[in-house]
Design a protein around this ligand. Structure first.
Ligand code: AMP
Ligand code: MG
Length: 414
């Protein structure tokens, strides 16, 4: 058996960072910037008020209470037609431009309207109070994001605020997902003897998407060598996909046709990884277009194994191709709240757990249920993975290494 770390090294060494492309920002979610983004517009674009209230001259409101004559009204999106002069104020709404002559805004809560055209200012203000200066969020010419930054929804918001329409970023590889097996059904029809419902492909397509790549559904292929070979060769040689994920057919069974076909059309390595679940795993490369190589991840068919080998190996590899500087999910230490007994078998066991924040300031974990590699229902409730090292297991109160899964995971109510 090969340790997981070694398998990861072998796989990552073959997964080169993909090309840099010009991407419209609306298509760049989850991508990695390949060049610095320099602001060409200031944010905010003009000085404006942080509160609803009255624009004043601070010299007029040093001694309070004081009454000022209200000479105008300015809403967000409008510009005041008049300038402040001694003893005057302008009613102003959050986000509206600061009128000429104004150097402070007094919030409406600190004022009182008197008659139709005057306001009593009850609190003194200093120059600059409640004014958001032009460029106080982003100044023109500054590097807002440097190369390597991941385009999260918040980054997208900032890019919108500076009117960056397009960014230079690493590509979004198209990842083909194929399920294999004569027993698989996904058309809703009644199951015939021996058939099961296909589930891996649906799950994998979504987590490929969550990892930032573009999933391509290549459907279910039967355990038929010619059919499988022709599809694999077609999608790689015609540039339909930049990486391939297959599920099923890579273990020791007689009908493991994926193994037979990949052995012919790809330069493959077959692994028995020192972990449970997901011991069998295949990785290789196929020739793509323009001299590129297409990485092929052969995941085992058992749904939990499929998920775990994706999480622990394929996802970091895809992130490598996408230009991420850190490809692994962070590992934290947590307290396990139950005894987890196991037998020494040379493998690390990755149990699926639900992690919560405890009153002691530590993260606590519990397994979400059955841990068999076919028992996806219990795994589906997990929001994290706990490593139980080779040996007799861990006891309640022990410290364990835990990796959180994606933000979409963890169906157990907290
Ligand atoms: P295999 O790796 O092809 O030997 O399959 C191992 C187990 O996983 C078998 O019980 C298969 O029926 C099951 N399996 C394989 N592929 C899928 C799939 N796409 N969805 C659900 N179960 C699967
Ligand atoms: Mg099979």
């Amino acid at each position: 058996m090969t340790p997981l770390e070694e398998v990861r090294e072998i796989v990552l060494a073959q997964c080169a960072r993909g090309p840099v492309v010009a991407l419209p920002v609306r298509e760049a979610r989850g991508c990695v910037l390949a060049a610095d983004v320099v602001a060409t517009e200031p944010v905010p674009p003009f000085a404006n008020t942080a509160v609803d209230g009255y624009a004043v001259r601070s010299v007029d409101v040093q001694t309070v209470p004081v009454e000022l004559r209200v000479i105008g009204d300015v809403a967000a999106g409008a510009v005041s037609a008049v300038a402040l002069t001694e003893g005057t104020a302008i009613r102003i709404m959050t986000g509206a431009p600061i009128p000429d002559g104004c150097d402070a805004v007094v919030m409406v809560e600190d004022t009182e309207r008197v008659g139709g055209d005057a306001v009593r200012i009850k609190k003194a203000a200093s120059s600059g109070d409640a004014i958001r200066a032009q460029g106080s969020d982003v100044e023109v010419g500054t590097t807002v994001f440097s190369a390597g930054t991941v385009i999260t929804p918040m980054v997208e918001g900032v890019l919108a605020s500076i009117n960056a329409q397009e960014v230079s970023a690493y590509w979004k590889p198209r990842v083909g997902v194929i399920s294999t097996g004569d027993e698989l059904v996904d058309d809703g029809s009644p199951l015939k003897p021996g058939q099961i419902r296909e589930s891996n492909r649906k799950m994998l397509l979504r987590i490929v998407e969550e990892s930032g790549a573009e999933p391509i559904d290549l459907g279910i292929l039967r355990d038929n060598e010619e059919e499988l070979e022709s599809v694999l060769v077609k999608v790689t040689s015609r540039g339909v996909v930049d990486a391939l994920i297959t599920s099923g057919g890579v273990s020791m069974g007689d009908y493991d046709v994926v193994k037979a076909v990949l052995g012919r059309v790809a330069d493959m390595r077959w692994f028995q990884i020192a972990m449970k679940p997901a011991k069998p795993f295949a990785f290789g490369v196929m020739p793509g277009v323009d001299g590129r190589i297409v990485p092929v991840f052969g995941l085992p068919g058992n749904p939990v194994s499929s998920l775990m080998s994706f999480e622990l190996i394929a996802r970091p590899a895809l992130r490598m191709m996408m230009g991420h500087a850190s490809v692994y999910r962070p590992i934290i230490t947590a307290i396990v709240d139950e005894d987890v007994r196991r037998k020494p078998d040379g493998k690390v066991h990755f149990d699926r757990v639900y992690a919560t924040w405890g009153n002691d300031g530590r993260v606590h974990v519990r397994r979400t249920g059955a841990q068999g590699s076919h028992q996806l229902a219990a795994t589906a409730l997990a929001n994290a993975i706990m490593a139980v090292p080779d040996g007799d297991g861990v006891l309640a109160g022990d410290t364990v290494a835990v990796t959180f899964l994606g933000p979409d995971s963890g169906a157990v109510a907290p």
